[in-house]
Design a protein around this ligand. Structure first.
Ligand code: SAH
Length: 344
């Protein structure tokens, strides 16, 4: 019998399980949820107000997801901390903790590896293994808070994997992390980044969750995007921008577009002009990211001057634009540098 991943259950699911399957009163669900998501114990034995008979039954039927810190690197430049976490089945993912003036932010992974194949990204180079469960996404936050003895206030789903390709578990994770009975992190403080799975963006819009949607655009026309992001063969830029417009209409939230500047590929003045023109009328913000080094690729960062020129060109045309600060570059913790196979 496969055991139930109890930490992945949302509160109402746990309540149903406790009543229907375990034949226990409802209040037990609240107690168990509290042990899992507030006190965050790693075994059923630690649940002090649960009778031994129920602990035995829980041990027989369920398991508690715990991640193990396999490696931890601290940036000498900015104090960013990168974790290599081992999952219960021995797979690995990375997470990154960034300290800002406004609070602590964590970048979490949603899949072991990635199928999306973006040319410039390290996370996809060793292929795709599996989706993370919602408890495995949660645990990256719980373990990091415990290890560093701090509170995390902001979350970005920008680590390894395509979160919208693991839609169900990611939505469940969002509900769990937002639960007042658990970590109670506001959805407003959470950003989800996608390479542009249009159908899923439309599904997400319907939920009106209040999270920030980041869209990895990286090109201003299909010719360039086709070359660097295989997902563009499935959904063209026009379709993607229509979905973004729909997301804004449904949620009143502005979209954050990510644009990695790659020398000679997408960083000319003409690219900036085209980008401003396709984003016209879209409530948005553009994050320019000087492309980070990934050993399997030859992409080079645009020069400082090209980056500033590109930014100015967008601002001149009324597009809100900032250049993203690179954090953790000395520990390969920057955008696009996370891997599932860093242990080797
Ligand atoms: N799959 C999702 C989540 C990953 S988020 C997505 O594609 O959005 C990681 C962000 O870093 C994405 O915007 C991704 O396109 C970007 N990125 C990937 N490789 C990069 C690199 N080498 N330099 C800068 N940004 C990169």
């Amino acid at each position: 019998m496969t055991k139930l991943d109890i930490k992945s259950l949302e509160f109402d699911e746990l309540e149903k399980y406790v009543v229907d399957e375990l034949k226990q009163p409802k209040f037990r669900a609240k107690q168990i949820f509290d042990w899992l998501h507030k006190k965050r114990v790693s075994s059923f034995e630690d649940m002090k107000n649960i009778p031994q008979s129920l602990i035995n039954e829980l041990n027989d039927k369920c398991f508690i997801t715990n991640l193990i810190i396999k490696n931890k690197l601290i940036s000498r430049i900015d104090g960013t901390v990168k974790y290599l976490y081992m999952l219960p089945d021995g797979e690995y993912v990375e997470s990154v903790l960034m300290k800002y003036k406004h609070g602590n932010s964590i970048c979490v992974s949603s899949q072991v590896g990635c199928k999306m194949g973006c040319e410039f990204c390290a996370s996809t180079k060793a292929g795709f293994v599996r989706n993370l469960s919602s408890s495995e996404i949660l645990e990256q936050i719980y373990q990091t808070e415990r290890d560093l003895d701090l509170k995390i206030s902001n979350i970005v789903l920008m680590g390894i994997g395509e979160p919208l390709d693991n839609y169900k578990n990611v939505i469940s994770f969002l509900r769990l992390i937002n639960s007042p009975l658990g970590a109670n992190i506001s959805l407003r403080n959470i950003s989800l980044s996608t390479c542009g799975l249009v159908d899923r963006i439309n599904d997400l819009a319907k939920l009106k969750l209040g999270i920030t949607l980041s869209v990895s655009l990286h090109a201003s026309d299909d010719e360039i995007r086709d070359k660097i992001m295989p997902v563009n063969h499935r959904y063209k830029i026009r379709q993607l921008l229509d979905a973004c417009k729909n997301y804004t209409d449904m949620t009143s939230r502005r979209i954050s577009f990510e644009y990695a500047l790659i020398e000679g590929e997408n960083d000319s003045k003409e690219d900036a002009v085209k980008l401003a023109s396709i984003l016209k009328g879209q409530l948005c913000h553009v994050n320019l990211i000087p492309v980070n080094k990934v050993k399997e690729t030859n992409f080079r960062q645009s020069s400082k001057k090209s980056i500033i020129d590109f930014q100015n060109e967008l601002i001149k045309r009324g597009i809100n634009t900032t250049v993203r600060r690179t954090l953790g570059a000395d520990i390969s913790a920057a955008c696009g540098q996370l891997r599932r196979d860093n242990i080797k």
